[in-house]
Ligand binder design. Sequence first.
Ligand code: KG4
Ligand code: ZN
Length: 347
Amino acid sequence: MNEPIVLGIESSCDETGVGIVRGTELLGHRVASSVDEHARFGGVIPEVASRAHLEAIVPTLDGALAEAGMTVDDVDAIAVTSGPGLMGALLVGIAAAKALALAHDKPLYGVNHLVAHVAVDQLEHGRLDERVGALLVSGGHTEILLIDDIATDVTMLGTTLDDAAGEAFDKVARLLGLPYPGGPHIDRAAQAGDGAAIPFPRGLTRGRDMERHRWDFSFSGLKSAVARHVQGAELAGASVNVADVAASFQDAVCDVLTAKTVDACREHGVETLLVGGGVAANGRLRALIEERAAAAGLTVRVPRPNLCTDNGAMVAALGAEVVRRGLPPSSLDLAADSSLPVTTIVA
Ligand code: KG4
Ligand code: ZN
């Protein structure tokens, strides 16, 4: 079979994304974000996000098709994020995908947003044709995955017991008076700071914790430690060194993420490690995973930053793998599942 042309739609949170791929080749890609509308609330407001998706979906679709030089009739299938994510936001993308599938008589595939964050790397570094380990780090999820087949076989080796890595970045940014979403602001502030300035805790890395939760994460203790540090400085009438706190916090997160992921990969005998999700755009995480993976003899694959954060190309990339394997399409009654587990790749 020729490489399938798939149009992918993403609307699980605050980005409306449409991407068009042919196999592992990216043909068109547009993202509209409602992040500015949420910034003053310090977090995503679901109703505001849903309304923004409604306004953005048609222009984003038109833009991606124009970039690819195509019409909907030229694509072989429509893929859409069916979960996990915000219910109202997911429904906008799903409704659009169903309308396109029905009007143009194309098969519809509801796919998993988290697995799509991993699949997107194929657009940059080629097809995954062997078993790989993956670190998935987004605003809502933090997981170590073992991927035997990106379209059919994903196992979760570890997850966070409390906050997701991105959530920790966003909460700590708020403590430091940095805007939402905090990840990119902490990344920038940290460049001027010393990551060894404050010895923040590394959750689940010692003794019994490590025995019971070898590949799991916990970031709530770290977040509290940053809060205590900031309060302590304020009570003492001292100013907080934002750059040092940002760098030390970021180092603590990246230290644990990279150490556990490399350990899980070695234990499972994989040779390639993939990193995906919004936090994979982080400069320190990218550098540290390269360093530690190289020391362990692993090859690292990380997509370019604008494919790490939410987009439609990732959905199309996963959709293309599902179509290539001839898996059955989803039904036209496809429902949104706000808590779809990472092991359910196609709905
Ligand atoms: O994957 P994503 O775009 O959306 C979800 O599926 O959640 O991830 C968003 C998260 C936010 O928490 C944001 O602060 C974080 O990714 N993020 C970063 C960076 N860019 C985005 N975190 C750290 N450093 C960055 N450069
Ligand atoms: Zn995401």
